[in-house]
Design a protein around this ligand. Structure first.
Ligand SMILES: [Zn+2]
Length: 337
């Protein structure tokens, strides 16, 4: 009997005990549910020790900030953005009605940023002469000036710049034209009777394109009326582009006017020759007026003359030649008509 009552007692105790446990569990769930409904885990954000808001998504916010540091506003030439004070996050439980303000936090953080731009400066004797957006351009300016044997070729330099201010950039062609210094030791091209000079010009017997490292533009807009090569039993040293009288003729590439000739000009009529360095020259013939003078530097696209019918010409047109070391090349290898 004794044994049975003891067992009963244990059972009774167990029942009371488990009821109590269940009660505790239920209560705990209820409390957690109320907590979960009322509170939520959120990151409080401080900047410079000052609380600036709450972030709903810390990783997303920080990622956005990191992206800004790397790329800034996405403008060209931005190297990076320096943000001296980064936000600090602290996790806390807050009432659900607290509104996170990630966007506002982001704006406050980037407000304190300093944008650094990366670009290049072309220098002569360490003195900055021009700014360009990338290294290739700077390199191109220096190599073009060296090719043209510019007097300042040994003083040229390139500086990599990281600045908070973006300088104004100069185009490669303009910069080359501005920095070019004519070699002193070389004699200035004489304004001779152009006839003897031009007659020594040979016509390349190959149509192969020589890579000149210069990009030419069309000197005039018009229609191709005569190609380069054999014509009427003799070589045609250039191409003819028909255009109305007075149409502007532009420098096909930048360079220095080697000579200007008015009159019969060996059949070329009023014409001029531009030297582009490395023995490369272009000739513009049969012009009405010449707008530049010998020795003058011209940049690509600069107006140099107007179309005409002077010299041995059969109508208003531009006779255009490309010469390499005195040998006329097919201009159509360099400009398309
Ligand atoms: Zn011609």
């Amino acid at each position: 009997m004794f044994k049975i009552s003891k067992v009963k007692k244990i059972l009774m105790h167990f029942r009371t005990c488990s009821k109590f446990t269940i009660l505790i569990i239920v209560a705990a769930i209820l409390i957690l549910a109320i907590m979960a409904l009322t509170y939520k885990p959120i990151y409080s954000v401080t900047l410079n020790g000052e609380e600036i808001g709450y972030s709903a998504n810390r990783s997303e916010l920080q990622e956005k900030i990191n992206e800004y540091i790397e790329k800034g506003t996405g403008e060209e030439n931005i190297a990076f953005v320096e943000i001296s004070n980064l936000p600090e996050y602290k996790m806390c439980l807050l009432k659900r009605d607290i509104v996170p303000n990630d966007e506002e936090i982001y704006q406050k953080v980037i407000e304190g940023g300093t944008t650094y731009y990366k670009y290049y400066a072309v220098t002569v004797d360490e003195e900055i002469k021009a700014y360009v957006s990338d290294f290739t351009k700077a390199e191109s300016i220096v190599s073009q000036l060296k090719e043209k044997n510019s007097t300042n070729k040994d003083k040229l330099g390139i500086q990599e710049k990281y600045e908070t201010k973006l300088e104004e950039f100069t185009e490669v062609e303009t910069c080359v034209a501005n920095l070019y210094e004519k070699p002193i030791e070389k004699p200035v091209v004489k304004k001779t009777t152009q006839k003897s000079y031009t007659e020594s010009v040979k016509v390349a017997n190959t149509t192969q394109k020589i890579n000149l490292g210069i990009s030419f533009i069309r000197p005039v807009s018009g229609t191709l009326t005569s190609r380069f090569g054999t014509r009427w039993g003799r070589g045609h040293k250039g191409i003819d582009i028909g255009a109305p009288k007075g149409t502007t003729i532009y420098a096909s590439a930048s360079g220095t006017v080697a000579s200007t000739t008015t009159g019969w000009g060996g059949g070329y009529g009023n014409h001029l020759i531009i030297s582009h360095g490395n023995g490369v020259q272009t000739l513009y013939g049969h012009c009405t007026t010449l707008l530049v003078k010998a020795g003058q530097k011209v940049s690509q696209g600069q107006a140099i003359a107007t179309v005409g019918n002077t010299g041995n010409s059969y109508g208003n047109h531009l006779h255009f030649e490309v010469r390499v070391n005195g040998v006329a090349q097919n201009p159509q290898n360099y400009v398309s008509y």
